[in-house]
Write a protein that binds this ligand. Structure first.
Ligand code: PEP
Ligand code: MN
Length: 334
């Protein structure tokens, strides 16, 4: 249930509603944003009687929330969530492109790619310092050294930084250095990691698990939000495919239901869906046309020498072409 307060409700009235919720043994979570305060009731085992709240002063409405992903649901928050980053907004009207290599490999590699993607119009630089690899013998990333390089990239280019946290240990470091914490497809249901990410105050980009239904994905986002972190970005990166023409199957059919069911932004990662360079541009254009709020693209200036995901990394000049195409597809405010 969602308790909607009058726009002139006083702090005392809001506190009284929260105390009433807690006195029932439930959790009260104020919802940020909007013209008026709304308070979500969480951890109630069954339906809550609206009569407990509608007569309280300052309350204008008690709305039942039917979805299990209460905080993620549009029933709880009608306005789109806009992620506020330093000097940059992300979500709906604010289309944002994230680009960079799969992994940070060296300062010169990261800086070279960062300069090129910045020149083409990217606003956020991606680079893994901790890499979740299928084989323990594959490149595992530079760890904290990689995060230090990312920090330098931000200082020198002004690009914001996103990097992946694989476990609670790396999460602490990533939250310290990066502007956005990425949680990868293999960790979408790592519930203890999700909870920890929910306790940070950094936005979290949550990739869809490669076998996850929409409801499972939204529930994973709910884990983060239920810990008090409302800044969640969903990222579609493809699900297990049939055939070998594409590494994964990019599921663009997620975009309209994400916008309908949730208030969260959704960005699309065509690189991990495709697994091969020649598919990245067409899939990226399709994602923009389908209404994505942003893109995340792997770019490498020497993909043949990349330590990971070289085959799907596009060249800087292809990235520039893509950016020009996107500006035509999606003119206006970026
Ligand atoms: C990545 O972004 O480099 C990555 C490992 O992605 P995913 O979790 O989608 O496989
Ligand atoms: Mn990668």
């Amino acid at each position: 249930m969602l308790i909607v307060m009058d726009k002139d409700a006083t702090d005392a009235q809001i506190r009284a509603v929260m105390a009433k919720i807690e006195s029932q043994g439930f959790e009260a979570q104020p919802m940020p944003g909007g013209a008026r305060v709304a308070i979500a009731i969480l951890r109630n085992p069954g339906p809550v009687d609206p009569g407990l709240f509608v007569e309280m002063s300052g309350v204008i409405q008690a709305i039942p929330v039917s979805r299990p992903y209460k905080l993620v649901s549009r029933e709880t928050r009608r306005e789109d969530t806009i992620i506020h980053l330093p000097g940059l907004d992300l979500g709906r009207r604010h289309f944002v492109v994230i680009a960079g290599p799969c992994a940070v490999e060296s300062e010169i590699q990261a800086m070279t790619i960062a300069q090129s993607v910045k020149a083409a119009g990217a606003r956020i630089f991606r680079g893994g310092a901790f890499k979740p690899r299928t084989s323990p013998y594959s490149y595992q990333g530079m760890g904290e050294e990689g995060l230090k390089i990312l920090k330098k990239v931000r200082e020198e280019t002004g690009l914001l930084i996103i990097s992946e946290a694989m476990d609670q240990e790396s999460l602490k470091l990533v939250a310290e250095y990066a502007d956005i914490i990425q949680i990868g497809t293999r960790n979408m249901q790592n519930f203890s990691l999700l909870r920890c990410a929910g306790r940070t105050r950094k936005p979290v980009l949550l990739k869809r698990g490669m076998y996850a239904t929409l409801e499972e994905w939204f529930m994973a986002a709910e884990y983060i939000m239920s810990e008090g972190n409302a800044q969640v970005i969903l990222c579609e990166r493809g699900v297990r495919a049939v055939g070998d023409h594409s590494r994964n199957l990019l599921d663009l059919a997620t975009i309209p239901p994400v916008h309908r069911e949730t208030h969260l932004p959704i960005i699309v990662d065509p690189s991990h869906a495709a697994g091969r360079r020649d598919l990245v541009l067409p899939l990226a254009r399709a994602a923009v046309a389908a209404g994505a709020d942003g893109l995340m693209i792997e770019v490498h200036h020497e993909p043949d020498k990349a330590m990971s995901d070289g085959a799907q990394s596009i060249y800087p000049d292809q990235f520039q072409t893509l950016m020009e195409e996107i500006r035509t597809l999606r003119p206006g405010e970026w």
